[in-house]
Write a protein that binds this ligand. Sequence first.
Ligand SMILES: Nc1ncnc2c1ncn2[C@@H]1O[C@H](COP(=O)(O)OP(=O)(O)OP(=O)(O)O)[C@@H](O)[C@H]1O
Ligand SMILES: [Mg+2]
Length: 458
Amino acid sequence: MDALSCAEIIKATNGMLLSGSKDSIFNSVSTDSRNINTGDLFVPIKGEKFDGHEYIVESLKKGAVGSITEKDIKLDDKNKVLIKVEDTLKALRDISAFYREKFDIPFVGITGSVGKTSTKEMVSSVLGKVLNVLKTKGNFNNEIGVPLTIFGLDSFHQAAVVEMGMSGLGEISRLTSIVKPNIAIITNIGLCHIEKLGSKKNILKAKMEILEGLNSKGLVILNGDDKLLYGLKGLLKYRTVFYGFEEGMDYQAYNVKSLGEKGSLFEIEIKAKEYKVKVPVPGIHNIHNALASIAAGIELGIPEDKIIAGIEEFTPGNMRLNIINHNGVKIINDAYNASPQSVEAAITVLADISSGKRTIAVLGDMYELGDLTYSSHFDIGKFAVSQGTDYIVAVGENSDIISSGAISAGAETDKVYKFKENNEAGKFLKDFIKNGDVILVKGSRGMKMEEIVNQLTC
Ligand SMILES: Nc1ncnc2c1ncn2[C@@H]1O[C@H](COP(=O)(O)OP(=O)(O)OP(=O)(O)O)[C@@H](O)[C@H]1O
Ligand SMILES: [Mg+2]
């Protein structure tokens, strides 16, 4: 981060200086008192369990030059800066929005129900062939993560790729007002957070908030294979391009060929010239992510050969469809998270890479589905059977529903197993699996399905 002065922080937050000098300089911004560096500005955040205000004094002792505060606090060291604001979380947003304005570089904002992180990584890989790219670290996509991402910018960067997540209406709106993207990508409209938002239309509305911050000359990149997103065709006031497999897309993948676990190949016409693209990670969904990256790369003037090389060099994040070969067994570790859409994507990959071997889908609960909990788990059981999965091992509270769905679709009862706990499922699998098996492990983050992967690999 480039330094910010106390006067700038006061201006950005409309705060009141309670202590210290306006000329003080901050080298960085931190919300975590455990990781304070000398010269930081500490921004205390009120969480469910802790109130960051209790750590202001400690942070200053550790070397922070000053702190934001909602409360009047007496400091022993009058040289330390204290700036009073009404809401520290808003102050964090205000400071990051102010800081973002210092950078006249392209910002790519990415939202959607699933595939944000994967798309962020792929877009970064493409842009990174030519530009110095700042990207969201890991999954830092919320009201704290996005500002902290922005503070990672410095004069070295030539582009920024920022993931924006949400769990309710209004959140993306706040994030996009910080990021002010030049390019907005929406990966799809799925069922994540339907519990809170009530309907898919509301989920679409929440994702569309990303456009509120879009530059008027900006570009919207939408997954055209998503019915709700394609429904926006002709309705947006921004330049818009669609990507997908269907005819009529601006970026259309055709002649798709699976390379099994090595990924897939597809062809695409860009500016009336045909190209072959290799996606080094399996799953049709990764072709979607590659298409979004091509659209972003073209918009930012990256040469076609560099775009294609950037896709080919992509590496997936931790626990996202990682393929582990262990003692003759292939495990697809997709334990990072799960929604109906991403579970379907992963089951398709399982079928795709099995090449005739026994397939086992270890499927955990999918959270936050509200009224759709029953039907979604039932349908996942059915979907697994429709894709030819040989054995289904359902884990968690909804394991009964997954197994009922599987049996309703014709699975034999002795090929469907259900367990309440990871540990029980892990023990069963350790005895059950045989050389050559291909196993998918997937469930919501709270299910911690990596425990099963660990059991199988230790
Ligand atoms: N475009 C896509 N469409 C459907 N599924 C996808 C797509 N991209 C990735 N996935 C699947 O969804 C899982 C989650 O992907 P990813 O972490 O990229 O999503 P995310 O939107 O960032 O999730 P989160 O909301 O947790 O941040 C991956 O493991 C993969 O199986
Ligand atoms: Mg993510």
